[in-house]
Design a protein around this ligand. Structure first.
Ligand code: ADP
Length: 261
């Protein structure tokens, strides 16, 4: 618990700092992109310098993308909380995910029969799934399977003992699994830290999972990770259910944790 507290304080401080910088940077980049585009459209098509202007624009756009991520990371409140069915969110972004992961990776979705009503900002939950799917894709360079599953689960007091789950109760669970490279223990310990990345320069920002963590905390949820090098990784996310409808579901055996927060 102490570790979790330190983690969230660290995230908050970095978030505030990053948010401030990102905001100022955004204004500067708006000028660079604006005047750059103006230059480009007003230059003679034959001008050999046009390639350099394009280079400036493409770098500035990458930087804008990064600041956008920083801003998302530093935003504190749930923007637009509403009762939503988690299954519907998954269905809605399925098409987007298929395009994101490319042809060599197969997407399998297994949705719970029950309605999984949670109070959430569906845009933010979509972002969570996108970030997890992006990482899964990057871990499956030679193809594989991405599995997205939803379930209604009851987190019991027993679970609480081993998982720092402060509030036992009924949750909507969504898991994102890949058959990719997996992670060793040392990597797993640090994945939620802002700016921690094992990806090459320009590919990873190290913010994806920090954003995921922040969003899930804001929804009073939990996130666990199970991973084995060479086998793959599963992220499980739990969000408190708004209307318990557990009666129809079987009790679910929760997996033995190999780590997580
Ligand atoms: P980024 O994707 O920019 O590196 P993240 O915060 O999303 O930042 O991820 C941090 C690190 O966690 C990654 O660089 C990678 O080492 C590890 N990671 C995250 N998801 C997975 C996964 N599904 N499989 C293997 N490693 C992962």
């Amino acid at each position: 618990l102490k570790m979790q507290l330190a983690q969230s304080q660290k995230m908050e401080a970095i978030g505030r700092l990053a948010g401030g910088i990102a905001h100022d940077f955004n204004n500067l980049l708006t000028a660079i992109i604006g005047y750059g585009s103006f230059l480009k459209t007003n230059m003679d098509k034959e001008n050999p310098l046009i390639a350099y202007v394009e280079q400036i624009l493409s770098s500035a756009e990458k930087a804008a993308n990064l600041t956008q991520q920083l801003l998302t990371f530093s935003r504190k409140q749930i923007i637009n909380p509403k009762p939503v069915n988690l299954n519907e969110i998954v269905k809605k972004i399925e098409g987007l995910l298929i395009r994101l992961i490319g042809e060599d990776i197969e997407l399998k979705t297994k949705l719970a029969d029950e309605e999984l009503t949670v109070i959430a900002d569906s845009g933010q939950i979509e972002q969570v799934l996108m970030n997890l799917a992006t990482n899964a894709r990057d871990a499956m360079r030679h193809g594989g399977t991405l599995i997205i599953e939803t379930r209604l689960v009851e987190l019991t007091k027993e679970y609480k003992k081993t998982h720092d789950v402060e509030a036992p109760g009924v949750y909507a669970m969504v898991s994102v699994s890949d058959t990719g490279a997996g992670m060793d223990e040392k990597t797993k310990e640090r994945i939620f830290e802002p700016f921690f990345t094992t990806k090459e320069m320009g590919r990873g920002t190290g913010l994806g999972l920090a954003i995921v963590y922040g969003i899930i905390k804001q929804h009073n949820g939990y996130i666990n990770v199970y991973s084995e090098p060479g086998k793959g990784t599963t992220f499980r996310i739990y969000i408190p259910i708004a209307k318990p409808e557990l009666k129809e579901s079987e009790p679910i055996a929760l997996p033995v944790p190999t780590g997580g927060t």
